[in-house]
Design a binder for this molecule. Structure first.
Ligand SMILES: Cc1cc2nc3c(=O)[nH]c(=O)nc-3n(C[C@H](O)[C@H](O)[C@H](O)COP(=O)(O)OP(=O)(O)OC[C@H]3O[C@@H](n4cnc5c(N)ncnc54)[C@H](O)[C@@H]3O)c2cc1C
Length: 420
């Protein structure tokens, strides 16, 4: 039986671990936290599984929450570009997977997956691995995969300057609250402007359905909540909620009014984190053999694209398929590199390209160079078919490659979807 070690028990590592286990592999997860520690940790942002990620989780028997979690069938997008009047568009995910996504608090999802993996016969070692550990243990396994997300161990992989990552640093400030007014329907609400982005989405927590209010700003900008993060310990949910309401009251008063009466769920319900997106070289040769990086450890995208969970699921799916297809052959460094390339081609690159566009659209000069984007936004505000495509394709950003980025394709799409 082939032995696989996965360092990191998060979205991608556990997804892959379950997939391999059900196919008869001997899988060990090395996780820095036990399931109990995960349950007591702070949340990690909106945890939104878009429809395709959810479908692949379902195929592996990992969709444990859709029956209880509020469904997210689309998004209502309020755009404030500096070069055109504000636009409001609502689009549905109906064309993708089963047509809806769900957001589940990471503390519930990862802890449940880890326990489920162990119940199914998977091996779990609770240990924050060092590079020396990985080098040592990798000799005992046919393949070692490093899936540590934003963990420091990811720095073992060198940054790859040759690939477009499209990401920019963001400060994420989030709080989980018990209500927003009026309550959301089955759509998530997104407000996007040059100052940053606000996402309000229903989320399933250990205490039942709640709302995630997530503010993404540029470091040093008006939506930067870094000062709320103490040097040690966790941010205080009450202070985070108060800062979000106060800041939005100045920048986006309508949004502030919606969330001002929401109370934080509990003493751990806030998060303040700086995200530094990157693309790294996926294969690192250690003295014990080459190890393969996975998901955020090697490709982390700009959170404004909302692709993190989608992409980590996709990475797990591609790696799973490649490992199984490889049968009993050796997992050479060349095979590892080609496995990453398969992931990059099947969605990694498209997600990076989307991040790049979503960042540049707030810069008037860059936007001037892409007049077709303004046309698409105008059309989306007026034609439901365009809005459904513009928003719905977030569920599968490869689809944007066929119509959004170059003026001819965008024009052909608009002629068909929104004839004059
Ligand atoms: C602040 C922030 C905001 C985000 N916002 C969004 C969003 O709005 N929408 C979205 O879709 N995605 C978002 N993401 C991204 C999403 O959370 C990730 O893309 C996804 O979780 C990546 O999966 P992963 O398996 O690579 O890493 P993770 O899910 O982060 O898992 C990594 C695991 O490795 C463990 N670990 C770390 N170091 C070690 C070690 N040395 N030894 C053993 N275990 C270790 C960690 O404890 C963790 O359990 C955000 C991420 C961050 C950090």
């Amino acid at each position: 039986m082939r032995k696989i070690l996965i360092v990191g028990g998060g979205q991608s590592g556990l997804h892959l671990a379950h997939g391999l286990l059900t196919r008869g592999y001997d899988v060990t997860i090395m996780s820095a936290q036990s399931s109990g520690e995960v349950r007591r940790a702070s949340p990690s942002t909106t945890q939104f599984s878009l429809p395709l990620a959810l479908s692949s989780e379902r195929e592996l028997g990992l969709d444990l929450w859709s029956a209880q979690a509020p469904r997210i069938s689309g998004a209502r997008l309020e755009l404030h570009p500096p070069y055109m009047p504000p636009a409001v568009l609502s689009g549905s995910f109906a064309a993708h997977g089963n047509g809806f996504g769900v957001a589940v608090d990471r503390r519930v999802k990862m802890a449940d997956w880890l326990e489920f993996f162990e119940d199914q016969g998977g091996k779990v070692v609770i240990h924050g691995a060092t590079l020396t550990d990985v080098d040592y243990f990798s000799r005992m396994y046919d393949l070692t995969i490093v899936a540590v997300g934003g963990g420091e161990l990811g720095a073992v992989f060198d940054v790859d300057q040759s690939r477009l990552g499209g990401g920019h640093q963001r400060v994420i400030t989030q709080v989980l609250v018990d209500r927003v007014e009026p309550a959301l329907t089955d759509y998530a609400d997104v407000v996007s402007a040059a100052q940053g982005r606000i996402l309000i989405a229903p989320v399933l927590t250990a205490d039942g359905p709640a709302y995630s209010v997530c503010v993404m700003g540029e470091p040093g900008g008006p939506l930067d909540g870094s000062h709320l993060r103490p040097e040690r310990g966790r941010p205080h949910p009450g202070q985070v909620a108060e800062w979000i309401v106060g800041t939005l009251a100045r920048e986006f008063p309508d949004v502030a009014a919606r969330i001002q009466h929401g109370a934080p769920l509990d003493a751990t319900a806030a998060l303040v984190s700086r995200v530094r997106p990157h693309v790294r070289k996926p294969v690192q040769r250690l003295s014990g053999g080459a190890v393969l990086g996975m998901a955020d450890a090697v490709v982390s995208t700009d959170p404004i694209g909302g692709q993190g969970w989608n992409l980590s699921s996709l990475c797990a799916q591609v790696y799973l398929q490649r490992i199984v297809e490889h049968g009993d052959q050796t997992f050479t460094p060349d095979w590892q590199q080609e496995t990453f390339e398969a992931f990059w081609r099947s969605g990694g690159e498209s997600a990076a390209r989307l991040s790049d566009l979503l960042h540049r659209m707030w810069d008037p000069e860059a936007a001037e160079a892409m007049p077709h984007l303004t046309e698409v936004l105008f059309a989306a505000a007026q034609h439901q078919s365009v809005a459904d495509r513009f928003i719905g394709d977030l569920a599968d950003p490869r689809r944007y490659d066929t119509w959004l980025y170059d003026p001819e394709s965008a024009s052909a799409f608009l002629n068909e979807a929104a004839p004059a």
